[in-house]
Write a protein that binds this ligand. Structure first.
Ligand code: SAH
Length: 340
């Protein structure tokens, strides 16, 4: 059985033609899928025998909402979705003045082992399919009752460790016959797997690439992020990505008290950012119970920011949206799984 949601509209057209049916049937099915219909029986403009054939040939799953948290501070919503095989993943829906944004997961769990992150605690369970990622977007919009204009692949998982399905998802979500979100409105965040960055560059998709750097020197980066393959190696891959796609890179830098927040580290980070013209996002660490690390203080973050700026680097300090609802990756799934 083929997973219907993960097929591109072109692939679906081919399958429909193989059934000896006219192409417009594929378009009708596509419309139902994009509207969030997950039951063949409800596809009322299709003949009954086609609906039966579809049910025999394809699987069609829908996520089930297990938990929903709404931030009282800023309206950020967080959804925990139950998948068809009993696993669960999180999606965060964020409201900004310029439009809404959704942060989606790309894997159930993660195997990169970053020592500050909740998603990696139980390791990798499995990759998400393109259709499951698509449904994170479509069903979050449905639940939130609002449309989104931006997507960030910054939830649970390492997108470059599931690149085939992620590329398929990018094609699906940006397809004119589907939800049609422009690739320029999509950001992919990675811990920095160089061969994944090169493969992504070869696809020449104009998405924004965000590198989770978190430390300006290799000894510390390898301690915080065991997947570190050498800062120079990763930055070389980022430079190639920029040359091929013409897109600017940004660095994510989560500020951890007395660990990566000294003035000397700000200078070293500035040198890396200047080298490839990267923008820097500073994020106060979200406290994760199991991890015990503390966020840097507001004044330390401001001092760190000014050093970067004095060195000609553009910096934003990310607002902590939804901090009252554990909105950083993996925490809701973690709590839910522990309680079962
Ligand atoms: N695997 C991808 C995307 C997932 S996490 C990556 O590594 O980029 C999205 C971002 O949140 C990453 O920059 C990640 O390092 C960061 N992050 C994870 N746990 C965090 C925490 N407790 N506080 C602040 N940032 C965190």
């Amino acid at each position: 059985m083929t997973d219907l949601l993960s097929l591109t509209p072109e692939e679906l057209r081919i399958r429909i033609k193989e059934f000896g049916l006219p192409e417009y049937r594929a378009k009708q099915i596509q419309e139902w899928l994009t509207r969030g219909c997950r039951d063949f029986a409800q596809m009322s403009n299709l003949p009954k025998n086609l609906r039966e054939t579809l049910a025999e040939e394809f699987t069609l799953t829908a996520p089930v909402l297990l938990r929903r948290q709404v931030s009282k501070e800023d309206g950020t919503e967080k959804f925990l979705w139950g998948l068809a095989d009993g696993n669960s993943v999180e999606t965060v829906f964020m409201r900004y003045h310029y439009g809404n944004s959704v942060c989606i997961s790309s894997q159930v769990g993660c195997r990169q082992g970053c020592c500050f992150c909740a998603s990696t605690i139980g390791g990798l369970v499995r990759n998400l399919t393109a259709g499951e990622m698509l449904d994170e977007v479509l069903f979050s919009e449905k639940e939130a009752g609002d449309r989104i204009s931006n997507i960030v692949l910054m939830g649970i998982g390492e997108p470059l460790d599931n690149l085939d399905q992620v590329l398929r998802f990018l094609r699906l979500i940006s397809h004119p016959d589907g939800r049609n979100i422009g690739l320029r409105h999509i950001t992919l965040s990675t811990c920095g797997l160089p061969e994944g960055i090169d493969r992504l560059a070869d696809e020449n998709m104009p998405i924004t690439l965000s590198l989770s750097l978190h430390a300006p020197e290799d000894a510390l980066r390898s301690k915080l992020m065991p997947s570190n393959r050498g800062i120079d190696t990763v930055l070389d891959a980022c430079r190639r990505y920029q040359e091929k796609t013409g897109r600017r890179i940004s660095f994510e830098y989560s500020m951890i008290r007395d660990t990566n927040d000294s003035p000397a580290q700000a200078e070293a980070l500035a040198a890396h950012a200047r080298r490839i013209g990267a923008h820097v996002n500073l994020i106060p660490l979200n406290y994760v119970e199991e991890r015990g690390l503390q966020p840097s203080s507001g004044s330390t973050i401001r001092a760190f920011q000014s050093i970067l700026e004095q060195n000609g680097v553009t910096v934003t300090v990310r607002r902590r949206l939804g901090s009252d609802i554990d909105a950083s990756c993996g925490q809701l799934r973690r709590k839910y799984t522990k309680a079962q």
